[in-house]
Design a protein around this ligand. Structure first.
Ligand code: C5P
Length: 218
């Protein structure tokens, strides 16, 4: 029996994080949130006064921060140079800057290598943007989650405080454009991924559908 890798890609607000954790829990697998790694590097850049609008400045510091991330779906968390930044990486400041940092090839090269090391022999659910296409192209199950722009903005607005539906819609459209038009590993659906539109589904239904796909493919 080969160890299982489940790749969960898609844009923000597609329900990726909750579904990925739920699938990992249900199957007793590890869970890796690769977005948290891009956010943690971004937090470090902001903390150290690096101009995130300057790709060369970001590239020069791409390897400077030491990251550690947990793979327990019950207790996800990330540290940078030993400091727990699990809450800090969810701020508006980090969210606005993360697309620029994650577009820098040196940052991607570093994190993709670390992600592959963590994935190792598998038994893991990995969520991100390029898992099925770049990080783990051999994954047994590749799911690409989508949802209507309205549903995605509604979910993000419910998660965050101090924002409006319209502000979320604009911010998400901006991040989508940056993520899907960047030169290095843009957000694309892997050719062999299964698209799952979550617009009309609740969390339990999304998890059940992914579990069905896992069963079918393993
Ligand atoms: O999933 P999350 O919204 O936390 O991801 C934050 C950002 O990190 C994305 O908007 C994207 O720019 C970047 N990212 C990426 N590749 C991944 C995961 C996240 O470029 N595998």
């Amino acid at each position: 029996v080969t160890a299982l890798v489940v790749a969960m890609d898609g844009p923000s607000g597609s329900g990726k994080s909750s579904a990925s954790r739920g699938v990992a829990r249900a199957l007793g697998l590890r869970y890796l949130d690769t977005g948290a790694m891009y956010r943690a590097i971004t937090w470090w850049m902001l903390e150290h006064g690096v101009d995130v609008g300057d790709p060369q400045a970001v590239a020069a510091r791409a390897d400077a921060a030491r990251l550690a991330i947990t793979t327990d779906p019950e207790a996800p968390g990330v540290t940078v140079d030993g400091r727990d930044v699990s809450a800090e990486i969810r701020t508006q400041e980090v969210t606005s800057a993360v697309s620029a940092v994650s577009a820098v090839p040196q940052v991607r090269a570093r994190l993709v290598a670390e992600q592959r090391a963590i994935i190792g022999d598998g038994d893991i659910v990995v969520e991100g943007r390029d898992i099925g296409s770049v990080v783990a192209p051999g994954a047994a199950v590749k799911v690409y989650l989508t949802a209507s722009p309205e549903a995605r903005a509604r979910r993000r607005t419910a998660e965050l405080t101090g924002t409006t539906l319209e502000a979320q819609r604009v911010a998400m459209a901006r991040r989508d454009t940056l993520d899907s038009t960047r030169k290095a590993d843009p957000l694309v659906m892997a050719a062999d991924a299964i698209e799952l539109d979550t617009t009309e589904l609740n969390l339990e239904e999304v998890i059940a559908e992914v579990l069905r796909l896992v069963k079918e493919r393993t």
